[in-house]
Design a binder for this molecule. Structure first.
Ligand SMILES: [Zn+2]
Length: 158
């Protein structure tokens, strides 16, 4: 199955960033990647095929950056992708209990590591609005977070 073309939150995967990355994270990662894939920065001995690949990666990086560095566009992108995540019938690779996830109290987010080394992130806001699916920030796997909906909205998870 190929979700590369229209993967959810793909702009984030392209920049290797979590969905909750800060603006300066976006900027920094973009600089780093743009430098790495810039057509002028390639060694002279790369093949035409590699050059073409690098160019298309570079273009994706540019596009992702333009989208994510514009707060309004980014907000809308997140909303659309979250809605897609909820309505589309993606296969769930795993179900993870909320209590098995790492809780970051200052950020109000739960995270867990994907088998690819990437990270799944779900925010308290997601949970209170009934969202229980989240996708990896690196690969295209999706997990379902198991938690008691009514329990959560009472006074948080212990
Ligand atoms: Zn992954």
């Amino acid at each position: 199955m190929d979700r590369e073309e229209d993967g959810l939150f793909q702009a984030y995967s392209i920049l290797c960033l979590p969905v909750n990355a800060s603006n300066s994270d976006v900027k920094q990662k973009y600089k780093e990647l743009a430098l790495k894939y810039h057509p002028d920065k390639l060694p002279p001995d790369v093949s035409d095929e590699e050059r073409k690949q690098a160019l298309s990666t570079f273009v994706s990086i540019e596009e992702a950056y333009h989208l994510l560095s514009d707060p309004a566009a980014r907000d809308q992108y997140n909303t659309v992708n979250k809605a897609k995540l909820l309505t589309q019938d993606y296969p769930i690779s795993e179900e993870i209990d909320l209590s098995d996830m790492l809780y970051d109290e200052s950020e109000g987010v739960y995270t867990t590591t994907c088998r690819c080394g990437g990270q799944y992130t779900i925010t308290e806001d997601d949970l209170t609005s009934g969202i229980d699916l989240t996708c990896c920030d690196v690969c295209s796997l999706t997990i379902r977070v198991l938690y008691q909906h009514n329990q959560y909205s009472d006074n948080g998870v212990t």
